[in-house]
Design a protein around this ligand. Structure first.
Ligand code: GDP
Ligand code: GDP
Length: 494
């Protein structure tokens, strides 16, 4: 399960700065759940192949009145949700009374805690840290969130228990005498962005020529067989997400069939995601039934927040997400927040509009207009109308899931991707940049679910967004990808 890291501390210590630095790989994704999370932010981040969820809390008000209340409202819940707490303090202001209050609380909760001394830029780290040993919370990590310094060492230790790769790295490092220096900003940036699969394979000029000869000869076939075929070897994991009461449980039961109805609703308890295997037409699925986000005011806030995390974890863990929307409620900001998370995760997506039964034709037209208006920008996902209660439309759903999954995992050869890239540039030349035409040399696959196309060339990083979008749409149409986003990455060649 993807770990949850909470940033806790007084206001102004630099929590948002660190949050933004950690989550920027995914466009500084911030999900605000109005009415549910107040000023809490949730984001996805990646470090050394390990995904994690970061929670940024508003901060604790210090010595003024109502500290306890603020604790309860803000950091307390974040601490509750987290696997690891990064307790941030400010090297410039030194130790403050509120830091002691937070410490006391952390000690009671017994959460793994890392004391992070921020704003150590321009200070002697030893002096900056010395103030905070008296907190008695163990190792202290000096960082400068604004510049990225020290963040790698912090992440490596904080994420160590969750990441096999980091554990192996640590072992290797322990065996080699010379510990290499890693506290460089550019290294951090590189690591934070290297979340997706291999993008490095570089062809020589001769190889590119050979590739082009192959394309010219019309030899565009699939690459060597891979022993692993995700389309047949694995169950498709489907996360069923959505706000409370949109019909997730009803849909889950409907998909499972009459004889396997499971009672999910346990009011007042925290409902973890439940993983349920399902077989249909020779394919294996696992339904991830999320708790969803609980209804406002009904259940204690902690449960609601916890459910946000469960939903995010389910998205990360899924191949295909079914985002369920209640046709009678329309599209809320929460729906859009959830959608934002799915889009940033790169997972395949089917939008399911539920409770389509018993609606007048007029209401249906109205709902469709609104969908067009508010979801029109999600051009890759199918929108499917169902009644989970009566079953209409549900039979087609797994077909769309298969389509989305197959599209997101299809293997496409370098020759074919390069040919598509060439056709795109023939139809519409890339612009001149600083007087020179951008030159795209070849394209290859860099990952799946979502499919990543890596384009190598000169000045490719300078391509305007409009052209990048054009390329993305061109690849989408040519590869007939439906239900999954496509990502394009650019690599400058020498
Ligand atoms: P939050 O209230 O804890 O979220 O704090 P912010 O992230 O908003 O930061 C508060 C202030 O501290 C801002 O003016 C930041 O620019 C500044 N700040 C954050 N990190 C650093 C740092 O590493 N060094 C310095 N000198 N200032 C920082
Ligand atoms: P969840 O909180 O998202 O799991 O939602 P539930 O599956 O518990 O459904 C919430 C309520 O909506 C229940 O009363 C269901 O009977 C009702 N419901 C679910 N699907 C449909 C549907 O397709 N049509 C109608 N009319 N009601 C539905």
């Amino acid at each position: 399960m993807i770990p949850v890291v909470a940033l806790v501390g007084r206001p102004n210590v630099g929590k948002s700065t660190l949050f933004n630095r950690l989550t920027k790989t995914r466009d500084a994704l911030v999900a605000d759940f109005p009415g549910l999370t107040r000023d809490r932010k949730y984001g996805h981040a990646h470090y050394a192949e390990q995904s994690f969820i970061v929670i940024d809390t508003g901060g604790i008000d210090g010595t003024e009145t109502g500290v306890e209340t603020h604790m309860a409202d803000q950091s307390l819940l974040a601490i509750e949700e987290a696997d690891v707490v990064l307790f941030m303090v400010d090297a410039r202001s030194g130790l403050m009374p509120a830091d002691h209050l937070i410490t006391q609380h952390l000690r009671e909760r017994k959460k793994p805690t890392f004391v992070v001394v921020n704003k150590t830029d321009g200070l002697d780290p030893d002096v900056a840290m010395s103030d905070f040993y008296s907190l008695g919370l163990g190792d202290i990590y000096p960082i400068a969130a604004a510049h990225g310094r020290g963040v790698i060492r912090l992440l490596e230790d904080a994420l160590l228990p969750f990441s096999e790769k980091l554990q192996i790295d640590a072992e290797v490092a322990a065996r080699s005498e010379d510990g290499e220096s890693i506290d460089e900003n550019d290294t951090l940036d590189a690591l934070l962005t290297s979340s997706d699969a291999d993008t490095t394979s570089e062809l020589t000029e001769e190889e590119i020529e050979a590739l082009n000869a192959k394309i010219a000869a019309g030899e565009i076939e699939e690459e060597e067989e891979t022993t692993f075929n995700p389309q047949t070897d694995l169950p498709i994991k489907i996360a069923i997400i959505g706000r409370p009461n949109v019909g997730k449980s009803t849909l889950t039961n409907r998909l499972l069939g009459e004889d396997r109805v499971i009672v999910f609703d346990m009011p007042g308890t925290t409902r973890d995601s439940i993983y349920i295997p399902l077989q249909k037409d020779d394919r294996d699925y696992v339904l991830i039934d999320t708790a969803g986000v609980r209804k406002r005011g009904k259940i204690h806030e902690a449960v609601e927040k916890f459910s946000v995390i469960k939903t995010l974890q389910a998205i990360e863990d899924a191949n295909v997400v079914l985002l369920v929307i209640d046709a009678r409620e329309g599209i809320s900001d929460q729906d859009l927040s959830l959608l934002g998370f799915v889009l940033n995760s790169g997972r395949s997506l089917v939008i399911v509009v539920n409770k389509w039964d018993g609606m007048t034709q007029e209401d249906r037209e109205h709902v469709k207009d609104m969908l067009e208006l508010r979801l029109g920008f999600v051009d890759f996902a199918r929108i499917h109308f169902i009644s989970a209660l009566h079953g209409s439309g549900v039979g087609k759903l797994l077909g769309f899931v298969n389509e989305a999954y197959d599209c997101s995992t299809q293997r496409v050869s370098t020759a074919k991707l390069t040919r598509i890239m060439q056709m795109a540039t023939e139809d519409h030349q890339p612009p001149l940049i600083r007087g020179r035409r951008v030159k795209m040399k070849y394209a290859h696959a860099g990952g799946y679910n979502p499919p990543i196309v890596v384009i190598h060339g000169n000045q490719v990083n300078s391509l305007p967004d409009s052209y990048k979008r054009y390329l993305m749409n061109y690849f989408r149409k040519s590869l007939k990808v439906m239900g999954s986003p496509i990502r394009i990455q650019f690599k400058e060649s020498e």
